[in-house]
Design a protein around this ligand. Sequence first.
Ligand code: ATP
Ligand code: MG
Length: 299
Amino acid sequence: APAPAVVQDAPAQLDGWRHVYSGKVREIYESDADASALLVVASNRVSAFDHLLEPEIPGKGAMLNELSRFWFSQLPVANHLREDAGWDAALSPELAARAMRVAKLEMYPIECVVRGYLTGSGFAEYERTGAICGVPLPAGMQDGDRLPAPIYTPAYKAPQGEHDENITYEQTVELVGEQVAARLRDVSLRLFTAASTIAAERGLVLADTKFEFGHELGSDEVVLADEVLTSDSSRFWDAASYRDESLPLNERLASFDKQIVRNWLKANWNGEGVPPVLPASIVAQTQARYRELIDRLTR
Ligand code: ATP
Ligand code: MG
């Protein structure tokens, strides 16, 4: 089913950059001077249950960028950042903090999801079918359980306005060929393991995440793109809370993202019509939660 239309502010006019695309979270610009470059600007928009919410979360876009930059610096894989000295000279500091200059890639139409733990939509699919994306799992697993080993559960990246759809590894082979499909899977699993180790050193559990990759025209090198291991694309849990079985499950599995927004909406909205405006306290708590993840990872 098509997602509801999203109403959003007109994108900023930027010297030297042409606006070409609005995603749910990001604005994409092409360069007037360099056809191989894109400017990707993360907004402060927040959505839940397929609705764009009011107001925005100040600082969210900059915090997402801070997280992606941290992980790009940590992960042993080619990435899409192309920021030569002075790349942001024409941008205001506020905009520069939300922007990344990247290589314009041909994106593979696959969301490379890796799960180390069973929860969320993966748990729901497991409860219905005993498997996720065709990967069979042991019987009797509960929400939040650690998987025997991380699993690759790809999704087809649907065209704008449509919902992404879980697919099997074999279907990724049909989409991109055997070689690329295997590379996407192997790199995703390798990055997930590397990131899980870094997270664990900081008292965090990386439950699951989604990577996106592309390649430059004329090259078949797989390049890590989009946002990486942010609170929008990943579930991080506090390791101490996760281990504390005296806590209720929702506290053990409290993620460092907009869960606060989702919980508030669930309690204050019946899902019909326009969602209510978020109170200032919910905005502040959400900001603090995003900030806490960055502080713990990068300090
Ligand atoms: P959609 O694009 O379907 O709206 P989304 O809401 O997640 O999904 P955003 O995160 O708002 O999208 O926008 C980022 C878009 O830019 C994504 O479509 C992503 O695949 C694409 N993208 C990210 N990095 C690159 C890159 N280096 N080259 C080309 N496209 C990229
Ligand atoms: Mg995205």
